[in-house]
Design a protein around this ligand. Structure first.
Ligand code: UDP
Length: 238
């Protein structure tokens, strides 16, 4: 059995990662796969916190582009993350991981409210904690929520699980000469305007020295390798 390098980690999953080949929503196969990947690190006795986005259902910026008020659209986006969090909780529990959803927007009937001390207690008791509804504020993203919560719970690292292998020096979809980046500082990411995360999330991580690992979640075993300290994807830190 491999040995984990970290005791407590935050994993950020994009909502789109749950779509699979679909245009919208949640693929049952994909969410089952994601849960099995999380299981692989849970089994290493690592304390796991998760944040999942809502882009497979609704993004505030898209709503505001149709003329919706941005705050109302972001409220919808945050509710989308709650839908994904409940689905992920169900998938994790089906694979034997006790899981709690804590929401930044109060909705007592379906999720616990976000209470840091209670979240820490869950983690210590080896329950997976999913932080839903982002930061609870409009104009933010779930990347920022993941950085914020990672710091609050003193996670040692944030893994951003994506559909690409790593960060590139330019967009690989438009530039055939794009070069992969294995290691970079937060400051360089900001200066070079690389889209690892949004700038708010990256600068919050930089100011508080939170390392970020960019990994491809679609490659089975990647998250386990990363948690065991193997160099895969991109490491953002000093
Ligand atoms: N959102 C928000 N505040 C937050 C986090 C998220 O308003 O603190 C809203 C925002 O509208 C965003 C949506 O929730 O577009 C879904 O989150 P995100 O776009 O980060 O999801 P992902 O791209 O990771 O699927």
């Amino acid at each position: 059995m491999p040995t984990a390098k970290f005791k407590r980690v935050m994993v950020k999953l994009s909502g789109e990662a749950l779509m699979g080949d679909q245009e919208f929503g949640i693929s049952p196969e994909v969410i089952g796969y994601v849960a099995s990947e999380i299981r692989s690190i849970f089994d290493l006795n690592v304390e796991v916190a998760l944040v999942i986005g809502g882009g497979n259902i609704f993004r505030g910026i898209k709503g505001s582009s149709y003329g919706m008020d941005r705050t109302s659209a972001d409220h919808m986006g945050m509710l989308a993350t709650v839908i994904n969090s409940i689905a992920l909780c169900d998938a994790l529990e089906k694979q034997g991981m006790p899981t709690r959803v804590q929401s930044a927007i109060a909705m007592h009937e379906i999720a616990e409210p976000y209470i840091l001390r209670r979240a820490l207690r869950h983690l210590e008791k080896k329950r997976v904690v999913i932080f839903a509804a982002g930061t609870g504020n409009p104009y933010f993203t779930t990347d920022t929520a993941a950085v914020l919560r990672a710091q609050e719970i003193h996670a040692e690292i944030l893994f951003k699980a994506t559909k690409v292998d790593c960060l590139f020096d330019k967009d690989p979809e438009c530039n055939s000469d794009a070069q992969p980046i294995t290691s970079i500082t937060h400051k360089q990411v900001l200066e070079r305007e690389l889209r690892a995360m949004d700038t708010t999330a990256t600068s919050l991580a930089m100011d508080n020295k939170l390392p970020i690992g960019i990994i491809n979640m679609l490659t089975p075993g990647n998250i386990c390798k990363a948690v065991c300290g193997e160099t895969i994807g991109t490491y953002i830190g000093d």
